[in-house]
Ligand binder design. Structure first.
Ligand SMILES: [Zn+2]
Length: 98
């Protein structure tokens, strides 16, 4: 499993885990920089980090597919995705790929 790459619609993001992540001088759990194809994630408890990784993946999906979700909607979606994926691990792979 390669946790340092995220591919979204043909674009490959470098995923960097850091002690601290800032955006415009403000501390963040994570940030997705579309211009440089970089996702930075603050080191935290595994569940929180997973939620942040999903959040930034959804930010990238939202951007590349021009969905128009707000940051608040992405927070809720990431939380829901994480809960459903953890409790239904079969959803991570299509039938026959396991
Ligand atoms: Zn966001």
């Amino acid at each position: 499993m390669n946790r340092d790459r995220l591919k979204v619609n043909g674009t490959v993001y470098k995923v960097k885990h850091r002690k601290r992540v800032f955006l415009d001088g403000v501390k963040q759990a994570g940030v997705c920089v579309f211009q440089t194809q970089e996702i930075r994630i603050t080191n935290s408890a595994p569940f929180d980090q997973f939620d942040t990784e999903w959040h930034e993946a959804l930010e990238a999906i939202n951007y590349h597919y021009q969905i128009g979700l707000t940051h608040e909607q992405i927070i809720k979606l990431a939380g829901a995705n994480v809960q459903v994926l953890i409790e239904n691990s079969w959803l991570g792979q299509p039938r026959g790929a396991e």
